[in-house]
Design a protein around this ligand. Structure first.
Ligand code: NAD
Length: 479
């Protein structure tokens, strides 16, 4: 049994009161590690260590030197890929191939932000002829990062990678259900030579360690990825300290399938977008909006595929792994029960692999069709392998339904009509629109974020680097 430690000021330390949290494997429910249950005191020590780095060794580096460290970290992550992937699958339950994809993305984030660090230019503004105006991009200072359990490595890469590239010193609170790869990244960062305190990691519960981090007056900017409910608490805490916050929250993303769509191309994507990571993806394509003339054909084809899907042990490359924990499994099961009690029609259900360990948190993927747009399953984020399909008649109705939830994170549009794809794509009130493709979250290079209940601010891409900086304007009189 491994007992992990926090990373504070370059040192591995237990929680200030010695408390620990059990780490259970979602595949079989068995205890296999322990992590510190971080306290407000630990957070305070981490913020102080970050401040010392920000005012000391870390700020002495040039942007190029910071970038080089991130590029070294990318190489270290790649060299450690097998270990990181196995650790993630054990901790979080995702199939190994998904964990490997997460490691690749993590290394790519470090590479992207490492190479971008010295390309973030300020500007010179024309003003009075007697003055020179320079606007430089400067770090916020000490940034706090709260990470969820569904894609810990990717979300660490995009938020902490960008913050470090921008010159901030960081304090990270990973999710209690998936902290192990984050702690491993911390160890790798130390090995490649990040100065003590530039990256601090405190594991623990959201309501204690997380809340202490977001409320800490020494934090200058907060990046939060997680549920809308916690996002409200985080933004409230940030408001009390008058600091900015990026909120990357949930979604109820629609895939709109017009009657001229290339269905052969669309079908695997329609299914994968809700099965990837067991549907525990903020930008999961959880709603299918299908033009009425092809509704039955598309539902039948999706149903056929759904019946073959099996949730199984992450190391056996199943279609999907278990849910991350028992609470998440129960949450999804409750939605399924409620939908059935409301009389919604199950178009198809997959199953649980016969060799899946009995103590694991498995859920059979389920597809409901037709489902009314107003139904709970069409409106609320289930965060599991549950798909609904709703018919629409014309373009206007498709846009109204796609935009008709409180969320606004991503959308898919399937049509062969180029004019329509642009028109409908541009009508979507979301941060990313995919036309004739669907890549949950998109690539490292692409700005990502939401409208409404999906949050605000943008991470990923160059825009994500800008997000972790602010400006200082120098007004120089010379005549
Ligand atoms: P969550 O809100 O329960 O937890 C997220 C993080 O917040 C965890 O680290 C948790 O410990 C911490 N936390 C909990 N309470 C806190 C508090 N009071 N103060 C500070 N921190 C606190 O979310 P989750 O269940 O881990 O993740 C699922 C949610 O995250 C879904 O809604 C999903 O859509 C969303 N998500 C969004 C994105 C995105 O980029 N938009 C990406 C991944 C996940």
């Amino acid at each position: 049994m491994t007992l992990h430690k926090n990373l504070i000021g370059g040192r591995d330390v237990p929680a200030s009161d010695g408390a620990v949290l059990d780490v259970l494997s979602p595949a079989d429910g068995q205890l296999f590690a322990r992590i510190p249950s971080g306290t407000a005191e630990d957070i305070d020590a981490a913020v102080k260590a970050a401040r010392a780095a920000f005012e000391g060794a870390w700020s002495k580096l040039t942007a190029t030197e910071r970038g080089r460290l991130l590029i070294k970290l990318a190489a270290a992550v790649e060299a450690d890929a097998d270990h990181l992937a196995a650790l993630e699958s054990r901790d979080n339950g995702k199939p190994l191939r998904q964990s490997r994809a997460d490691v690749t993305a993590l290394a790519r984030y470090f590479e992207y932000y490492g190479t971008a660090a010295d390309k973030l230019h300020g500007e010179v503004i024309p003003y009075l002829n007697t003055h020179f105006i320079g606007v430089e991009r400067v770090p916020h200072g000490v940034t706090g990062h709260i990470i969820p359990w569904n894609y810990p490595m990717q979300i660490f890469g995009r938020s902490v990678g960008a913050a470090l590239a921008g010159g901030n010193a960081t304090v990270v609170k990973p999710a209690e259900d998936a902290s192990l790869t984050i702690l491993r990244i911390g160890a790798l960062a130390r090995e490649v030579g990040f100065p003590d305190g530039a990256l601090n990691i405190v594991t623990g519960l959201g309501r204690t360690a997380g809340a202490a981090l977001t409320a800490h007056p020494g934090i200058d900017f907060i990046s939060f990825t997680g549920s809308p409910e916690t996002g409200t608490m985080v933004q409230t805490a940030a408001a009390k300290n008058h600091v900015g916050v990026t909120l990357e929250l949930g979604g109820k993303s629609a895939q709109v399938v017009f009657d001229d769509a290339d269905l052969e191309r669309a079908l695997p994507s329609l299914v994968n977008a809700i099965i990837q990571n067991g549907g525990q993806t903020c930008s999961a394509g959880s709603r299918l909006l299908i033009q009425r003339g092809i509704f039955k054909d598309v539902v039948d084809a999706v149903a056929e595929r759904f019946r073959t899907l099996r949730a199984g042990h992450p190391e056996r490359e199943p279609d999907l792994g278990p849910m991350v924990n028992q609470a998440q499994q129960r949450r999804v099961e409750k939605y399924l029960e409620r939908a059935k009690n409301e009389g919604l029609t199950v178009a198809a259900a997959g199953g649980i692999a016969s060799d899946a360990p009995s103590g694991g948190y498995y859920v059979a993927p389920t597809f409901f069709a037709p489902v009314a747009h107003e139904s709970v399953l069409s409106q609320e984020e289930v965060f599991g392998p549950v798909l609904v399909a709703t018919p629409f008649d014309d373009e206007a109705e498709a846009i109204r339904l796609a935009n008709g939830t409180a969320y606004g994170l991503a959308a898919g549009v399937w049509t062969r009509d180029a004019m329509r794809s642009t028109r409908v794509g541009r009508a979507m009130r979301v941060g990313q629109v995919f036309v004739n493709c669907y890549g949950a979250g998109g690539g490292v290079e692409l700005p990502f974020g939401g409208f409404g209940r999906s949050g605000h601010g943008r991470e990923k891409g160059f825009e994500g680097l800008v997000e972790f900086t602010t400006t200082r304007t120098l007004v120089i009189a010379h005549g």
